[in-house]
Ligand binder design. Structure first.
Ligand code: ACO
Length: 436
C-alpha cells in the first residue's frame, strides 16, 4: 500500500507531494495542496469535454472500449438481448438485479398502470405545429409533466423517486407515440394494458380502426431488443446532463427533458437520423467510395461512425446488424442496408478509419431497422430516448444516493480582461465583437 501514491515534484517550488491513488485514479481535489505559497489557489486539472475525468463512481454500466465490451450490472449485453425483455433489463439497470418472477410481475404492473397521460398533456401536445420536430415535442412534453406532478420535487424521498420512475418509464412511449401521431395528424391511441411494453408502443403508434391491435411478434421482439441495447451507456453526454441537472435537486421530469435535449444533437443520439440522410445522399453502392473519399478530404463526417469510448466495433452495432436481418425477413430488404454494408466494408479497410479506430456505432444500423418498420427519420432519436430514460433515471438515482455527490459545478480557467472601467455610452467606439 505504501507505493499506492503518485509522487509529484513541483519544479516551481521543488516541493514533492505524494498523491494517493483512489481506484486507479487521483482525486482532483488532492492537486489543490500543490501551491506556490499560502495565497496560491492550488493546482486544478483542466479537462475540456471530460476526456480524462471520472465524474462519479458507478455500478450500473461497464464499457471496455478497446475490447468492445458492454455490460449492464455485470451482464454482457448480448446475453441480455438474447434472454431478457426490455422491462427486465430496465429493472436491472435501475435496481441492480434481474427481477424474480414476482418482482417482474409487480414491476410490469406498475409500469403498465402509469402509461396514461393526463388529458391536459394531450392538449399541450396539440399546440405544436403539424411539422414540429418530434424530439422537440418529446423534450417539451416530458418537461411539462413536472407541472402535472409537483410532488416530484421531493427527490430525497425514496418512495417519491420510485413513483416518478414508474411514471416516466410508463409514459415516455405514450408521449413518443403521441408526438408521432401528431405529426401525421392522426388521433391519439390510448395504451392497451394487455400488451407488452413494445407491443403497446406499436399499438399507440399504428392502431387505426381495428378493435384490437395485433403487433407482428418478430417486429415487437426486434424493437424490444433495440430498447435493451439503448437502455444505458454510462457517462455519455446525456447521462452527464441528467446527473448535472439532477444534482441541483431539480425534479426528474425536467432533468430527463434536459438529458433528452443532450441526446438530440447530431453528435449523440441525433446521429441515427443523420445516418439515414447520409445513406440517401450516397444513393447507391457504387457511390460509396467517392463519399468516403470526400469525408477523408474533410467534407463532413461519416455519421454513425466513431465513438469517444469504443475504439473497436460497438457491440450494440453487431447485435443491431443481426436484428436488422430478422426485421427484413418480415418487411423485405431495404436497399439502404446494402449501401451501409458497403460503407462499413470500405471504411473498415481504409487507412484513415483504421488509424483513428473508427468503427460503426449503435446509430449506424438502428435507423435502417426503424425505417424498415415504417418510422420516419425525424422520430429515430425519440425511439432512442424511450429506453434511455431507464438509464438516465438509474444514473440520477445513483447520484442522489451517493454521499460524495454535490451540486455539479466545474471550475474554469478565466481568459477574459482582468478589470476595466465602463466607458460612457456616448464615448464608446465600435469594437470587434468576439464570439459571433
Ligand atoms: N467520420 C470521419 N472522421 C471522424 C469521425 C467520423 N464519424 N469521427 C471521428 N473522426 C476523426 C476526427 O476528425 C479526428 O480526426 P483527426 O485526429 O484527424 O482530427 C479523429 O477521428 C478523432 O475524433 P474526435 O472528434 O476527436 O473524437 P471524439 O471522441 O471527440 O468524438 C464522436 C466522438 C462525437 C462520436 C465522433 O466520432 C463523431 O462525430 N461521429 C459521428 C457522429 C456519430 O455517429 N455520433 C454517435 C455516437 S454514438 C452515440 O452517441 C449514441
Amino acid at each position: 500500500m505504501e507505493n499506492e501514491f503518485l509522487n509529484i515534484t513541483d519544479k516551481r517550488t521543488k516541493a514533492t507531494y505524494d498523491v494517493p491513488f483512489f481506484k486507479g485514479a487521483v482525486r482532483a481535489m488532492d492537486l489543490r495542496k500543490i501551491k506556490t505559497g499560502p495565497d496560491d489557489f492550488g493546482v486544478m486539472s483542466y479537462d475540456p469535454a471530460f476526456l480524462n475525468t471520472a465524474s462519479c463512481q458507478s455500478a450500473i454500466t461497464f464499457i471496455d472500449g478497446d475490447k468492445g465490451i458492454l455490460r449492464y450490472r455485470g451482464y454482457p449485453i448480448d446475453q441480455l438481448a438474447d434472454k431478457c425483455t426490455f422491462l427486465e433489463v430496465a429493472y436491472l439497470v435501475l435496481f441492480g438485479e434481474l427481477p424474480t418472477h414476482s418482482e417482474l410481475k409487480d414491476w410490469t404492473d406498475k409500469i403498465t398502470h402509469h402509461t396514461m397521460l393526463h388529458e391536459t398533456s394531450k392538449k399541450f401536445l396539440e399546440g405544436f405545429r403539424y411539422d414540429a420536430h418530434p424530439m422537440g415535442m418529446f423534450i417539451s412534453t416530458v418537461a411539462a409533466l413536472s407541472t402535472v406532478y409537483p410532488e416530484a420535487r421531493n427527490v430525497l424521498d425514496p418512495e417519491s423517486r420510485k413513483l416518478q420512475i414508474y411514471r416516466l418509464i410508463g409514459k415516455v412511449p405514450t408521449i413518443a407515440a403521441y408526438c408521432y401521431r401528431h405529426s401525421l395528424g392522426y388521433p391519439y391511441v390510448y395504451p392497451d394494458n394487455e400488451l407488452s411494453y413494445a407491443e403497446n408502443f406499436m399499438n399507440m403508434l399504428w392502431k387505426m380502426v381495428e378493435p384490437k391491435y395485433q403487433a407482428n411478434p418478430a417486429l415487437a421482439r426486434a424493437l424490444d431488443i433495440l430498447f435493451i441495447l439503448h437502455a444505458d451507456h454510462e457517462q455519455n453526454c446525456s447521462a452527464n446532463v441528467m446527473r448535472s441537472v439532477g444534482s441541483s435537486q431539480a425534479d426528474p421530469f425536467v432533468a430527463t427533458a434536459a438529458a433528452a435535449a443532450g441526446l438530440s444533437g447530431p453528435l449523440h443520439g441525433g446521429a441515427n437520423e443523420e445516418v439515414l440522410k447520409m445513406l440517401d445522399e450516397i444513393g447507391s453502392k457504387d457511390r460509396v467510395k467517392e463519399y468516403v473519399d470526400g469525408v477523408k478530404a474533410g467534407h463532413g463526417k461519416l455519421m454513425g461512425f466513431g465513438h469517444r469510448i469504443y475504439k473497436n466495433y460497438d457491440p450494440r452495432a453487431r447485435i443491431i446488424k443481426w436484428a436488422a436481418e430478422r426485421v427484413f425477413e418480415v418487411t423485405g430488404r431495404n436497399t439502404r442496408l446494402d449501401i451501409a454494408l458497403e460503407l462499413e466494408r470500405i471504411a473498415l479497410e481504409d487507412e484513415y478509419f483504421i488509424k483513428r479506430k473508427l468503427y460503426p456505432n449503435v446509430d449506424f444500423y438502428s435507423g435502417i431497422i426503424y425505417q424498415a418498420m415504417g418510422f420516419k427519420p425525424e422520430i429515430f432519436t425519440v425511439l432512442f430516448a424511450i429506453p434511455r430514460t431507464a438509464g438516465w433515471l438509474a444514473q440520477w438515482q445513483e447520484m442522489i444516493q451517493d454521499p460524495e455527490q454535490k451540486i455539479a459545478r466545474p471550475r474554469q480557467i478565466y481568459t477574459g480582461y482582468v478589470v476595466r472601467d465602463v466607458v460612457p455610452l456616448e464615448k464608446r467606439e465600435v469594437a470587434a465583437v468576439k464570439g459571433t
